[in-house]
Design a protein around this ligand. Structure first.
Ligand code: ADP
Length: 483
């Protein structure tokens, strides 16, 4: 093994200690760009998961009892340490996940921003004093931390998906057990190391690594100690976890799949739309749940937009994310490329025309060519399913109403994008879009200050922003009588 990094940890993190699996079992982490073996981490199961839950339970009373300001100071130190280690974290991320280094650096800062934000917001978990129905009573609504929380996170944002859940939880006095995606545990463990250095007490944050997600997931969802599950990942797994949480009536937040429409209206600034399209579609090689999945382009500007988009896509550089200049890395694994290949081929068979790409990349492995498909219709597989790959399918629309109808014709409702100039039309279209988030003349919309989340089958709850903290709070009502 030649890979080295100051933050590489190859043990799980339970109750403030670095721990192996009870069985001693490990599994390998490989670099998706090179296939290189970079680490081995513990393959934990039910017993270790239970220990992590119990550690979080033991840590809860003291952590919850701290002043919000004290928790905030520890979180702020964690934020500072993450930013001080931005480069090593980015190198680690690119090695295990594949995204270009510039994107990894961006994600480290983006991920850290949730810790900084919630370190502040945690101090503002205000309740209410409520006017009562009779003069002899005082009614008070208190905000209480929900208790032991669980985060199950995906591989596409190995740091940010964790901090977005853990930071609000910890800020308000909850403790947490995190199960990162099987293929990207290294960033999670690095975060734990920095959290320890920042002074997080033992058991407040625990990281379980495992190649057996369903075994760990079953313990996490069945445990009566766990009061809340926050999950980001695929819709089928989210539905399963939500059902599993019913037995113990846990609070559930879900960030699931999207099928983001990118609408370009007749009066849009096409150059701006192409900049937005590039960012929204090809970032992380198309592997984000808010990536534009289908382009709904007005017929009058369809050809002009397609031409400009192709010119921009032609400049993308596919390669190992660790190499200077790479703008598109590999997909996460072979299954991801198989899926993109299948969706593209089925859509070609249904009449789509390949303007660019349309096949695996000459680099082999899990690299796929940046692709633009023309003459796509909304019923083709590439527009119906989330491709999670670098493929832009362009669909012609007649007018704004047609765009809204096609955009809403899906069970997903996470992010949508809308380009145009007529403010009244933009507003009216945006309001009719059944999506939790709408980027209007903007292709990158996520930040720590804004509420991130979906409607319909894209999920439940919001992350980030003042709304994101409510997911970790219970409202307790106190009625003070005899006044
Ligand atoms: P993706 O397609 O992004 O890998 P998944 O939904 O499969 O999406 O994975 C998201 C997270 O959910 C990962 O941490 C994964 O290990 C976990 N996961 C997958 N299946 C289960 C399950 N049955 N129970 C608990 N966690 C699961």
């Amino acid at each position: 093994m030649t890979f080295s990094n100051s933050l590489l940890r190859q043990l799980a993190f339970i109750n403030g200690k670095w721990q192996a699996a009870n069985s001693g079992a490990t599994y390998a982490i490989n670099n998706p760009a090179t296939g290189e073996h970079i680490a081995d981490v513990p393959d934990m199961g039910a017993t270790e998961t239970q220990l992590a839950i119990e550690a979080a339970e033991r840590a809860l009373p003291a952590w919850r009892a701290l002043a919000a300001k004290t928790r905030s100071q520890i979180l702020k130190r964690w934020f500072d340490l993450i930013m001080a280690n931005q480069e090593d974290l980015a190198q680690l991320m690119t090695a295990e996940q594949g995204k270009p280094l510039a994107e990894s650096r961006g994600e480290v800062a983006y991920g850290a921003s949730f810790i900084e934000w919630f370190a502040e917001e945690g101090k503002r978990a205000y309740g209410d004093v409520i006017p009562g129905p009779t003069p002899d009573r005082r009614l008070i609504a208190l905000k209480q931390p929900i208790g032991v929380t669980v985060a199950i996170t995906p591989w596409n944002f190995p740091i940010a998906m964790i901090t977005r859940k853990v930071a609000p939880a910890l800020a308000v006095g909850c403790t947490s057990v995190v199960k990162p995606a099987g293929v990207t545990p290294l960033c999670a463990l690095a975060l734990a190391e920095l959290g320890k250095q920042a002074g997080l007490p033992d058991g407040v944050l625990n990281i379980i690594t495992s190649a057996h997600a369903s075994v760990v997931g079953e313990v996490l969802t069945q445990s009566p100690i766990v009061r809340k599950l926050s999950f980001t990942g695929s819709t089928p797994v989210g539905k399963k976890l939500m059902a599993a949480c019913a037995d113990t009536v846990k609070r559930v937040s879900l960030e699931l799949g999207g099928n983001a429409p990118f609408i370009v209206l007749e009066d849009a600034d096409l150059d701006a739309a192409v900049v937005g399209a590039l960012a929204s579609k090809y970032r992380n090689a198309g592997q984000t749940c808010v990536c534009a999945n289908r382009f709904l382009v007005h017929e009058k500007i369809y050809d002009a937009f397609a031409e400009k988009l192709q010119a921009a896509v032609a400049k993308l550089v596919v390669g190992n994310g660790a190499d200077e200049g790479t703008t598109i890395g590999p997909l996460i694994n072979a299954a991801a490329v198989d899926k993109v290949e299948r969706l593209v081929n089925e859509s070609i068979a249904a009449g789509a025309h390949v303007a660019m790409g349309g096949a695996r990349h000459a680099l082999g492995g899990s690299f796929y060519q940046p692709t633009v498909l023309l003459n796509v219709s909304n019923d083709m597989p590439i527009a119906q399913q989330e491709s999670f790959g670098p493929v832009a399918p362009l669909i012609r629309i007649r007018d704004a109403d047609h765009a809204v109808a096609l955009a809403n014709d899906t069970s997903a409702g996470l992010a949508a994008y809308l380009y145009g100039r007529n403010l009244q039309q933009l507003w009216s279209v945006a309001e009719r879009l059944e999506y939790g988030m709408v980027g209007i003349n903007e292709g990158i919309i996520s930040n720590e200050m804004a509420p991130f989340g979906g409607v319909k089958e894209s999920g439940l709850g919001r992350e980030g922003s003042k709304y994101g903290i409510d997911e970790y709070l219970e409202t307790q009502y106190l009625c003070l009588g005899g006044m």
